[in-house]
Design a protein around this ligand. Structure first.
Ligand SMILES: [Zn+2]
Length: 406
């Protein structure tokens, strides 16, 4: 009864917030609901098959791909598809789909243990773990240890984890049941040391092992192999996604491993994954003043590295937009962790509230750039297509300028 009241009041607040033009309203609705009923999340999750998705990068896209794949079951699926990934966003997503027997929820890395306790998930997905805007190596190790502690003692829970990320593999190893996926690890700066004993990790391609203790890459059952996925029975399938880049192919392999837990085959899921063309505005192609633009979001060093894999080759010009508001992290020193030399040979436009910080960084890498006053200023300076790469709030501002593209 209280859960219903909390959901109803929360939903009404969400609608009011939407009418007032304050975003999609889901977060405020969930916040009020949780204030009325602190156990709202566990009440709303009860009786459903819940899948939680976490990691530093790829959460939103993987959540979307799993949701698409689960569509093969022909049942309703609740999901926080727009990335509101703390408790209020999760409660709102469940409250908006009260009859959905399945829920695919993106969860902020720090909240995972608490959300596991509240939702008793069927599957937990661990993508990767690397430094975010604010976190450094010690903090992400602590995070991995908290995950590790949270996985023991949840009956019937399956973890689907990226075996190529040593921190993730170490955290997942405490779970009773794990599906190991070789999803690759592009960014390795945060995993030179063994998570178990601190010794140097030995690497050979994707393989890794500790020289001092037994910590080593587990045997994988799903593999991303170039443009193909090799499934748990050893069969290869062409991925052929609409979403660009290696990181998204890796997310798709993880999604296929997850839906297999629910009896969905690769042949059933893949056509549905291919229908996903953009995720909450990311990868969207839009036209602005006659020029085609593509929007890419990247929030941290590993994300920028993966986004550079996706951008068109030179001479396609690129806009880089950086802010340092609360959700981005106030400190822009992470910009120094990214290697920008791949941008040589193209025009680079720099914008955003912290464009000067980025300009100094580009200068150090010897990359020529032009400072611009926002996206339209850049658009006016080019003839053809343009890639746009932005961090979190800079991305939202550009979306707003372009008219809330989806
Ligand atoms: Zn070790």
């Amino acid at each position: 009864m209280r859960a219903r009241l909390a959901t109803t009041v929360g939903g009404a607040a969400g609608r009011l917030s939407r009418l007032a033009g304050r975003g999609d309203g889901s977060v405020i609705g969930g916040r009020i609901g949780l204030w009325l009923e602190p156990d709202l999340l566990s009440m709303l999750a009860a009786g459903r098959q819940v899948i939680l998705v976490t990691g530093t990068n790829g959460k939103t896209t993987t959540t979307r791909l799993i949701t698409a794949g689960l569509g093969a079951l022909g049942q309703a699926v609740a999901s926080n598809g727009f990335g509101a990934n703390m408790e209020e966003g999760l409660a709102a997503a469940l409250g908006q789909a009260p009859n959905a027997p399945y829920a695919v929820l993106e969860v902020d890395e720090k909240y995972l243990p608490r959300v596991i306790r509240a939702t008793a998930p069927r599957v937990v997905v661990l993508l990767n773990l690397s430094r975010d805007q604010m976190d450094r190596a010690a903090e992400i190790w602590l995070l991995a240890r908290r995950w590790r502690d949270a996985f023991g003692g949840v009956p019937g829970m399956r973890v689907v984890a990226n075996a190529d990320d040593p921190l993730v593999a170490w955290a997942a190893a405490s779970a009773a049941s794990v599906t190991w996926v070789s999803a690759g690890q592009r960014w390795r700066e945060d995993s030179w040391c063994c998570p178990q004993c601190g010794s140097h990790l030995r690497r050979d391609g994707d393989d890794w092992r500790c020289g001092e203790c037994s910590c080593a890459r587990p045997r994988v059952s799903w593999v991303l192999d170039g443009g193909k996925v090799i499934d748990s029975a050893g069969r290869a399938h062409e991925l052929d996604l609409a979403l660009p880049g290696r990181a998204n192919r890796a997310n798709a392999v993880v999604a296929l491993a997850v839906v297999e837990v629910f009896g969905i085959t690769v042949a059933q899921a893949l056509p549905r994954l291919r229908e996903v063309t953009s995720v909450a505005g990311r990868y969207t192609q839009v036209e602005r003043r006659g020029r085609p633009l593509r929007l890419l979001l990247a929030k941290n060093p590993a994300g920028w590295l993966e986004a550079f894999d996706v951008v068109d080759p030179p001479p396609t010009p690129i806009v880089l937009a950086v802010n340092a508001q609360e959700p981005d992290g106030r400190d822009t020193s992470w910009l120094w962790d990214v290697d920008y030399r791949v941008l040589r040979g193209r025009r680079v436009f720099v914008t955003g509230e912290r464009r000067l910080d980025l300009a100094v960084r580009l200068e150090a890498d010897g990359i020529g750039f032009e400072l611009v006053d926002g996206i339209d200023d850049a658009v006016d300076r080019v003839e053809g297509r343009l890639d746009v790469l932005a961090n979190y709030t800079a991305f939202q501002q550009i979306r707003a300028t372009l008219g809330r593209v989806s």
